[in-house]
Design a protein around this ligand. Structure first.
Ligand SMILES: [Zn+2]
Length: 408
């Protein structure tokens, strides 16, 4: 009986031990599951940025709005405006600004805005060594990728300042602009709006700065105005869809494709069987235009607005050379005596030096040079009476500071 009781008690103890072990296992498994779930909750809902859209900017009137030097305190409000209007743009950011606005940079990527590289600290890259240029670019690449999950594929050199060495050191396509709103200089909403709406052409790249409040304030009206003009808003990468962007090459706009000459073949045997040779399309202005070099010292200063396209090249090329310009005639209030200067309007004959002196004495305020007389005076130690009279008249007529020559 005692043995039996002991067996029952032992079985109970074992059961209890087994139960507690199972409970512990279940609890541990539950905790692990909860931890795993929490980890997934923090890691997985990282939404992916939308893919670039397929927009044929050869058929659609495209424009790329770009914003430099941010992100800054107004960038979030700008993103609100762009999102509300369904506009995609491109942000050329400074690496040194990214760390303080990582959430904004992440938001850009998630909302389909293009993140791009504008160096780390906005130096004039042409003043740096190649190693320093690479450092400026690569540090920013890392900062933007860490914040947004996307590595930029485009670089805009500060001030638009670049050269062959910088282009080679960057090793990525360089994006400049076709419209500079000069928003950094004027800080004027009305002006930013006017330029931003009127100046862009199809395929254009428009430069704004999202670190300036008036620039951000102007964007709703700029978007409205450009939309009324029939523009579609694209990122810079979307603007160049179908075109290969070459590393180390600068792009300031998407140019129209070359026009193709098509002619229907004439009927066989007709006099027009041999079609006239089609003229090649007229040479177009270079697609890769270097904008005005910006003045270092400001953030993105560019001192002048790009000229209208028509003004850049005259209708006749090469332009006619200007004819040699005739020398200016002497001023009306100056009397010239002596040998006639080439092209001079009038002068007294060289031989009539005495008449010249008479003219001079009659016009006491004028400068008169009579080379023939002067040579004669140097040759003769004594002066004639008329010379002395002339010198006296001249010293009376000229203020002291205007006197020239000893005694004259
Ligand atoms: Zn800049």
């Amino acid at each position: 009986m005692r043995i039996r009781n002991c067996a029952v008690i032992g079985a109970g103890l074992l059961l209890a031990a087994g139960c507690s072990h199972a409970e512990r296992q279940a609890r541990t498994a539950g905790e692990h599951g909860a931890i795993k779930g929490r980890a997934q909750a923090t890691r997985s809902p990282r939404p992916a940025p939308p893919p670039p859209r397929k927009i044929d900017c050869d058929r659609v009137k495209c424009v790329a709005l770009t914003f430099d030097d941010g992100p800054g305190p107004y960038t979030a409000r700008l993103l609100d405006t762009l999102k509300r209007n369904g506009v995609r743009a491109t942000f050329f950011m400074l690496g040194e600004n990214v760390g303080a606005h990582r959430d904004i940079v992440r938001r850009m990527a998630l909302e389909g805005q293009e993140v791009a590289n504008h160096s780390w600290s906005h130096p004039d890259l042409t003043t740096l060594s190649s190693a320093e240029v690479r450092s400026q670019i690569q540090r920013t690449q890392k900062a933007v990728k860490d914040a947004s999950g996307l590595a930029p594929t485009l670089v805009r050199p500060p001030y638009g300042s670049t050269n062959k060495r910088v282009e080679h050191a960057i090793g990525m396509p360089l994006v400049l602009w076709s419209v500079d709103t000069l928003d950094w200089r004027y800080r004027d909403v009305a002006r930013d709006t006017r330029v931003g709406v009127k100046e862009p052409k199809s395929g254009g790249i428009v430069l704004f700065h999202d670190i300036h409040k008036p620039s951000v304030d102007s964007i709703p009206k700029v978007v409205d105005g450009l939309r009324k003009r029939g523009f579609t808003f694209v990122t810079v990468s979307e603007l160049f869809t179908g075109r290969r962007l070459v590393p180390g090459t600068s792009y300031s706009e998407r140019t129209a494709p070359p026009t193709q000459v098509t002619a229907s073949p004439p009927p066989a045997g007709s006099s027009a069987a041999r079609p006239p040779r089609a003229r090649p399309p007229a040479p177009r202005p270079p697609a890769l235009r270097r904008p005005t070099r910006r003045r270092p010292g400001g953030r993105c200063p560019a001192p002048r607005t790009p000229e209208p396209r028509a003004a850049r090249r005259p209708a006749v090329w090469p332009p006619p050379r200007p004819s040699p310009r005739a020398p200016d005639p002497p001023p009306e209030n100056r009397t010239t005596c002596g040998p006639r200067a080439p092209g001079a309007a009038s002068s007294a004959p060289a031989a009539d030096a005495r008449a010249c002196l008479e003219v001079a004495s009659a016009m006491p305020r004028e400068r008169v040079t009579c080379p023939v007389e002067r040579r004669r005076r140097r040759a003769e130690p004594g002066r004639s009476r008329s010379d002395a009279a002339f010198a006296q008249a001249r010293s009376r007529s000229e203020p002291p500071g205007e006197r020239s020559g000893p005694g004259l």
